[in-house]
Design a binder for this molecule. Structure first.
Ligand code: FIX
Ligand code: ZN
Length: 437
């Protein structure tokens, strides 16, 4: 009997247990389900087209991505003094020559650009960027966004929105028309990590705030958060915290978290996303590429989970060395949802290690990945990489399950993939997303 086609397995799956997969059918079934399920990208730096000029896309932005700028200074003699004053296009030419012409683009980030060019049928080995530049210049943002989301298998993304960003804030105050596919996330790094610098900004805006977070400050910060909640309707509040983050400690940061941010998250019934472990600007001459990673003391996360059981916490930890602890804490605290293999972890070999451990320790009760895309077309290769890595890991888990005596059905796989890449986040944020696509 010839093996059932995917379509036959799918149609049968709902009606009977014929959908039980043989060992050889598991991998193609997993690949099929991953390919056909569109994901929610829970953390990006993308913007809806209406955010004039904030959303980055096209070949020059792809090439001047800070990951590639970090790699440029390892593979070229150009100095920062020479590179930074260049126009965007010239920067892109310098990077293309150094990393794609004079050297093989084998790193994850350079391979990504090749994958994007190839996805649009553009040449990947030309000495210049004329054809690619002409192609992207011809794209109309609205249509291009949808095409790129379809190519990446993403139905919607979560942005990173800073209410204190001088370019972005006025757009929200003017009532920018976002799109249902672009969910807002209220990013609070400035307030949480640089209060001594930003309390004055809130005071200038009419909030009775002071540097010591005394008096009405906490209540006024809550009023600030409420005003911005009304403008953004964010699906979460989010903050990046350094590897040195401690909780509790006598600091403006901990006071603001305890007395303003966590209570407001409870009031608005949204989670707080904690991104812990960056060492900011260890080499400022690299600008955005100047941050590094440090192993964090995750007892801060333990204390937050225990002290605020009513708050749902999303956590992405930057250091590889912290990943096992994070899994253990997620087993201890049901208000903790690990998400993504963030930044320096977003490399297939490390994603595989982390994801296998998470499946073994958490089943499907976590969010495997986010793209962290800063340039629109990056979602194409970042999600292709993720689907490729997850297919191997999930198929292996299902083969082991079958060996242990439990047959796997197509429906099992669909339910698990939907949970990992959609409903875990939907449940945590309470959002209704635009469906399976
Ligand atoms: O804090 C963050 O959201 C980080 O993702 C970024 O700051 C970082 O620069 C980045 O782009 C990582 O991929
Ligand atoms: Zn990010």
């Amino acid at each position: 009997m010839s093996p059932l086609s995917m379509r036959e397995i799918r149609t049968n799956a709902k009606s009977s247990d014929v959908g039980r997969l043989t060992r050889d059918q598991i991998q193609p079934a997993v690949e099929d389900v991953l390919r056909k399920t569109s994901f929610v990208d829970v953390h990006t730096h993308l913007f809806a087209p209406a955010f004039d000029g904030l959303g980055l896309w096209g070949i020059d932005e792809l090439l001047t991505y800070h990951y590639l700028e970090a790699e440029l200074f390892r593979s070229s003699d150009i100095t920062g003094e020479k590179y930074w004053p260049l126009a965007k296009q010239d920067k892109a030419e310098v990077i293309w020559r150094a990393l794609f012409v004079e050297n093989s683009p084998v790193s994850e980030a350079t391979r990504g650009v090749i994958a994007v060019l190839n996805a649009f049928g553009l040449p990947t080995d030309k000495p210049d960027l004329r054809e690619a530049r002409a192609f992207f210049a011809a794209q109309r943002p609205e249509k291009h966004v949808q095409r790129v989301f379809d190519m990446a298998g993403v139905s919607e993304v979560v942005m990173t929105n800073d209410p204190l960003d001088p370019q972005e804030a006025p757009l929200w105050e003017r009532g920018v028309e976002s799109r249902p596919q672009f969910h807002a996330a209220m990013r609070l790094d400035q307030i949480v990590n640089s209060w001594s610098k930003y309390w004055g900004v809130l005071a200038e805006q009419g909030y009775r705030a002071d540097e010591n977070v005394s008096g009405d400050t906490a209540a006024e910060v809550r009023r600030f958060l409420c005003d911005w909640y009304e403008r953004m309707h964010p699906v979460e509040m989010a903050v990046s915290l350094p590897d040195t983050f401690r909780y509790p400690e006598e600091s403006a940061r901990c006071k603001l978290l305890r007395e303003a941010i966590l209570p407001s998250c409870r009031e608005f019934k949204i989670p707080l996303a904690l991104m812990i472990g960056a060492r900011y600007q260890v080499n400022p001459t690299l600008r955005l590429a100047g941050d590094a990673v440090g192993k964090a003391d995750l007892r801060a996360l333990e204390n937050l989970c225990r002290d605020f059981p009513e708050n749902r916490l999303l956590a992405s930890i930057l250091s590889r060395e912290n990943q096992h602890e994070l899994c253990v804490y997620a087993r201890k605290f049901s208000n903790l949802m690990p998400f993504g293999c963030w930044w320096f972890l977003n490399n297939p070999s490390i994603v595989e290690e982390i994801t296998r451990e998470r499946i073994e320790m958490l089943g499907t009760s976590f969010i495997p990945q986010h793209s962290d895309a800063r340039v629109l077309e990056q979602v194409i290769y970042k999600w292709r990489n993720t689907r490729r890595t997850l297919a191997e890991i999930l198929a292996r888990s299902y083969r082991l399950l079958a060996e242990n005596g439990r047959k796997v059905t197509w429906l099992d796989i669909q339910n698990d993939v939907t949970r990992l890449f959609r409903s875990n986040f939907e449940r945590w944020t309470g959002i209704r997303t635009s469906g399976l696509g």
